[in-house]
Write a protein that binds this ligand. Structure first.
Ligand code: KG4
Ligand code: ZN
Length: 334
């Protein structure tokens, strides 16, 4: 079976062709990130226009790279939420039109489920497992019973973790998106780490809060540097102190979720799962508790359509598909 995946939930216009058993034949991602840089965050209208302009070319390129003709596609899988409404409309409408014209089945995919699936591409995992989604728009711990059955264990009460990385990078004038910059800047550093507060919320809570940490970084910079330039070395100390506070909480709560539910499989997905400090700490700490951790390959951490096509195949094989009433759902939950 050949599946065409389409993803337009945020600022990446993506298409991919995946063959049965998660063989990725192409994985094309065109990002509008440079157009959002000057604003320090994604501007929905710019993302929408970008998707409308490039979706056909991105799909064409994915087919060409896979050496597959449109007529050979057996299933079209598309992200229908959560995400930016204007952005989702482009992908869903395009997928529906293709499905109608080609008379091929259509399946709507939850972007959050797909982020977790990206860690499981071409792997078999036993259910249930605990999933941690860490991206620019989401921070959630879930219990996965099957590829389409999840229950929410906890989520952020304010900023998403990727958003906190982006905002802290902005405070430190490191550029956008902040996650990759902070990750790179802090790698292998022996600098002193500035100590920032960790927010664990109530005892045993699996919810998160990162806005207090971001505010603590803001006031630390304001109090210590006011209008002065922050020396590069101090930026590293602040960034690594912030990152450590984030990682401490993510690791602690992910392992708590496993222990509270008596599960020893942990799956991580979303843009922040690329973070090397998070990966290293999770691998070490999970090993001590006999918990297996699954991460996506580096090229599948950020938004992409291979995870959409891969999950689409799995769900279709279970008899799940969508009809022409499929509508984008910007606030779709896990
Ligand atoms: O999953 P994603 O591509 O989009 C959403 O669904 O939101 O995640 C993007 C987010 C951004 O906030 C970005 O700063 C963060 O993931 N990110 C990282 C890293 N790479 C991307 N955060 C920490 N470390 C990284 N290496
Ligand atoms: Zn995402």
């Amino acid at each position: 079976m050949l599946v065409l995946g389409i993803e337009t939930s945020c600022d990446e216009t993506a298409a991919s062709v995946v063959k049965e058993k998660d063989e990725v034949l192409s994985n094309v991602v065109l990002s509008s990130i440079n157009l959002h840089k000057e604003f320090g965050g994604v501007i929905p209208e710019i993302a929408h226009r970008f998707h409308s302009r490039f979706i056909d070319r991105v799909v064409e390129k994915a087919l060409k790279q896979a050496k597959v003709d449109l007529k050979e596609i057996d299933l079209i899988a598309v992200t229908y939420g959560p995400g930016l409404m204007g952005a989702l409309i482009v992908g869903v409408s395009f997928a529906k039109s293709l499905s109608f014209a080609l008379k091929k089945p259509l399946i709507g995919i939850n972007h959050l489920h797909a982020h977790l699936y990206s860690a499981l591409m071409d792997k078999e995992i036993e259910f249930p497992f605990v999933g941690l989604v860490v991206s620019g728009g989401h921070t959630a711990l879930v219990l996965a019973y099957d590829y389409d059955k999840y229950s929410l264990l906890g989520q952020t009460q304010d900023d998403a973790v990727g958003e906190a990385f982006d905002k802290v990078a902005r405070i430190l004038k490191l550029g956008y998106p902040g996650g990759p910059v902070i990750d790179k800047l802090t790698q292998g550093t022996k600098s002193r780490m500035v100590e920032f507060p960790r927010s664990y919320l109530a005892k045993d809570s699996l919810d998160f809060s990162f806005s207090g940490l971001k505010t603590a970084v803001f006031y630390y910079v304001k109090d210590n540097y006011s209008n002065k330039q922050i020396p590069d070395e101090d930026k590293v100390s602040i960034a690594s102190g912030f990152q450590e506070a984030v990682v401490d909480v993510l690791v602690y709560k992910s392992l708590s979720a496993c222990k509270q539910n008596n599960i020893n499989r942990l799956v991580i997905g979303g843009g922040v799962s690329r973070n090397l400090r998070l990966r290293g700490r999770l691998i070490d700490e999970a090993a001590k508790e006999d918990i297996e951790v699954y991460f996506p390959k580096s090229n599948l951490c950020l938004d992409n359509a291979a995870m959409i096509a891969g999950l689409g195949t799995k769900l279709y094989r279970k008899g799940i598909k969508s009809d022409f009433y499929l509508t984008p759902d910007a606030t779709l939950s896990v």
